[in-house]
Design a protein around this ligand. Structure first.
Ligand code: DOR
Length: 446
């Protein structure tokens, strides 16, 4: 593997911002220093004027293999990910068939090893009847156990009380939950159907997939985690009220952690008028005050990590009416640029952005030697042009579904280059298709 010397970078790492050179050998960071310019290296990348941050580790993506590859696949979505500065991803089990066994997990690893441009890990899915598979999973075989405590895309609802108790009592790995109470949602759906028939307006989505549905399910998850002292990570929080369930403070040592997603931080209910079903997702994008509360919770370390929940569907599928259009949107390519908008608008500091998209994710999941710019760690890095405005256009979309919820929006910062295990995976607006990611390694955090 050729050595690489990055010079004159404006580094943001571990709460500090400083100018430095970074030397990379054998895929790892060999040195970080003020004057490494005389170090021999096969390639020198002058980063003057660019920010250098650790690559984003996205703990929630849906890349649709196997079985749903008309929407997305590991090749297309990992290309979009590296173009967006995401160097590692953790992928969800609601493929077809769902990832409910260790064999299904290993098949995903084998496929990713062939084609993925970014580093990867896969969740083991929970169902009402795979507790034996969950009990047998070991650290390193999966990033965590995903439990749909509310029904969403795919048929993976776990609503049996005994099964839920067994998962929280016995899971050898972190438990990641989707929290929305399905009976509450079904009752709300019936009410709106009675009023509007099939023509329910998109603006009703946050009232159907309501704050009450989220709170009921999140509080059940938190209660179970306390009862069994489980390691719980609640995915994609969307409402101000749920935030009271989570503690403020550093991620290290927390038994219960929380995630927010980029679209819930960027959009709010006013955007349904323009974007319609394109921003239909579960849990729903909610009110402007919820968005403000989520951003404040990120800043005060009540929300521990930021992810995407990248969930592509085709435009044909999205063209359906409220009930027919599937929930989910493609996000990996635009996630970091959308977060830099929050930085420009003064809602997020650069140091917090880096902590929530890399350091804290590595700590939350017990990732080995990733997520920080530290000597000896894997060289997963992103160079950012902070001041290089562009408009998001469909022609530039790399996700297989071929559209972006941010089309027409202007972003002020762009990804200049992405380095995965010391290889330049993206540069000059092109993906290097020779690069392959690695399987993520874990210390174990249960
Ligand atoms: O909006 C969503 N889409 N939420 C989920 O929980 C699943 C995802 C998908 O897979 O499409």
């Amino acid at each position: 593997m050729p050595s690489l010397l990055i010079t004159n970078a404006d580094v943001v790492n571990e709460g500090l911002r400083f100018e430095a050179d970074v030397l990379i050998r054998d895929g790892r960071i060999a040195a970080v220093g003020a004057d490494l310019q005389s170090s021999p290296a096969e390639r020198v990348l002058d980063a003057a004027g660019h920010l250098l941050i650790p690559g984003m580790i996205d703990d929630q993506v849906h890349f649709r293999e196997p079985g749903l590859t008309h929407k997305a696949d590991f090749t297309t979505e990992s290309r979009a990910a590296v173009a967006g500065g995401i160097t590692s991803f953790m992928e969800m089990p609601n493929s077809k068939p769902a990832t409910l066994s260790l064999d299904a997990l290993e098949a995903k690893y084998a496929r990713a090893a062939e084609v993925s441009r970014a580093n990867y890990s896969f969740y083991l899915g929970a169902s009402n009847d795979n507790i034996d598979a969950i009990r047998s999973v070991r650290v390193g075989q999966s990033c965590g156990v995903k439990v749909f405590m509310g029904a969403s895309t795919g048929n993976m609802l776990v609503d049996n009380e005994e099964t839920l108790a067994a998962i929280f009592a016995d899971s050898p790995l972190l438990i990641a939950t989707h929290c929305e109470d399905t009976p509450t949602i079904l009752a709300n759906e019936a009410e709106y159907r009675a009023r509007y028939g099939e023509d329910v307006p998109m603006s009703a989505h946050p009232l159907i997939r309501s704050e009450a549905a989220c709170y009921k399910s999140s509080s059940l998850a938190v209660g179970l985690a306390r009862r069994f002292d489980a390691r719980l990570h609640v995915l994609h929080l969307t409402s101000a009220r749920e935030l009271e369930l989570f503690a403020q403070g550093p991620v290290t040592g927390k038994r219960i952690t929380a995630e927010a997603c980029v679209h819930h931080l960027y959009f709010d209910e006013r955007d349904y008028a323009e974007k319609g079903t394109l921003i239909k997702c579960n849990p729903a994008i909610k009110g402007a005050e919820d968005r403000q509360a989520l951003l404040a919770a990120v800043a005060e370390d009540r929300i521990d990590v930021i992810a995407t929940d990248h969930a592509p569907h085709t435009l044909e599928e999205k063209a359906g009416t409220y009930f027919k259009a599937p929930a989910g949107l493609p996000l990996v390519q635009d996630a970091l640029p959308s977060l830099f908008e929050q930085v420009h608008d003064g809602r997020l500091s650069l140091e917090t952005l880096v902590r929530k998209t890399s350091h804290a994710v590595a700590e939350c999941f017990g990732l080995e030697q990733r997520g920080f710019i530290r000597e000896g760690y894997w060289a997963d890095l992103v160079l950012v042009d902070l001041d290089a405005p562009y408009s998001v256009e469909r022609a530039q979309v790399l996700s297989k579904c071929g559209w972006s919820p941010f089309e027409g929006r202007r972003f002020r910062s762009r990804i200049h280059a992405t380095i995965v295990n010391g290889d330049v995976a993206y540069e000059h607006a092109r993906v290097n298709d020779a690069v392959r990611g690695r399987r993520l390694a874990f210390r174990g955090v249960r």
